[in-house]
Design a protein around this ligand. Sequence first.
Ligand code: PLP
Length: 421
Amino acid sequence: MDHFTYKDGLLSAEDVNLADLADQIGTPFYCYSRATLERHFRAFDDALAGLDHTICYAVKANGNVAVIKTLAQLGAGADVVSGGELMRALKAGVPPSKIVFSGVGKTQTEMAQALDAGIYQVNVESEPELVALSEVAAGKGVTAHVAIRINPDVDAKTHAKITTGRAENKFGIDWDRAPEVYARARDLPGIDAGGIAVHIGSQLLDLEPYRRAYERLRDVALGLRAQGHDIRRLDLGGGLGIPYNDEQAPPPAEYGAMVKDIVGPLGCHVTVEPGRLIAGNAGVLVTRVLYAKDGSTRRFVIVDAAMNDLLRPALYDAYHAIVPVTEPAADAERHPVDVVGPICETGDTFAVQRHLPAVKPGDLLAIRSAGAYGAVMASTYNGRPLVPEVLVSGGDHAVVRRRVEAEEFMAFDALPPWLMD
Ligand SMILES: *Cc1c(COP(=O)(O)O)cnc(C)c1O
């Protein structure tokens, strides 16, 4: 459930209609709903009630500081994957005691940043990384609290580019090598490996792969405990899927019940790292129709948003619902159109043969489910500006990242001496 609905004939984010916003802000722009972010966070938190847990929101899904702060105020922690994201989480007021740092390639500079901030946990993905972290921690005379990410070799049955838990993926250590790696960790200075982490992929629509991964995690934990390791933290990753179209996503309550059933008896502190589940359906990308063009075989609706603003369709063949901001009549005829952006790539296509009511130049469209992996993946390809992000709360709105104009971005370029006139 989200808070993007038609009110008085116009698509609104909570009580703010998107047509007014478009007039004020200019298109394209991202619009997020605070009530939806909060609703999704609470639903997930409620689903885990009774379990000693922290929800570490995956900042990579939507790293806007206002979005992170909205969630931090409800008690969320953060899962970060770079020094830049760590800075964002801290700036948003996430307590370091609720921050976990994931990713296969942390630099020693980033490790130092994490240790200086005193974060809850570093999720280590390889032995070389473990050794590097040990050097940094020992050099500072501190102890790094570590969870080692195991790769459970489970097929998440999601898109190949976002499945992460197979043996052939780059993530984590093979689960059956856990005994050696934890034994090695015990001997390294500055390392307390009291945790185990797992994350098998994103946009999972089936709980079965989770069940298998978490059972494996539990078995590894029990095995390590039997060898004398004090395993007291589990990180279950993120990845729960959301409906983009008419998919049936697993209800958080079912996920929560499964988690409690499988890992609850271990008595560990549990962290979970949802990103998409919280932010995905809490945002839309609003765009204006530039032209309608009839090709020999199909009609193209050319809009002012493009793949540089929202990459998911080009990168993952992702489906995004597209709706007119002006509510169409219930009996409006729908015709198949391709909705495309202005970029010089065929991949710059938001929808193929999508049945939409008639639209004309100047009309506004909302590309739905764009709150996660939208603005964060934007680039300035084709010399385009970075689009603004707006956060709505009830009848209020605020620009939470202004448009970065092409000219400002160009100012980062510099001429070498031999090209100066
Ligand atoms: C991407 C990622 C997440 C978040 O995934 P969602 O599908 O957005 O929930 C969580 N943990 C790790 C380690 C990730 O890489």
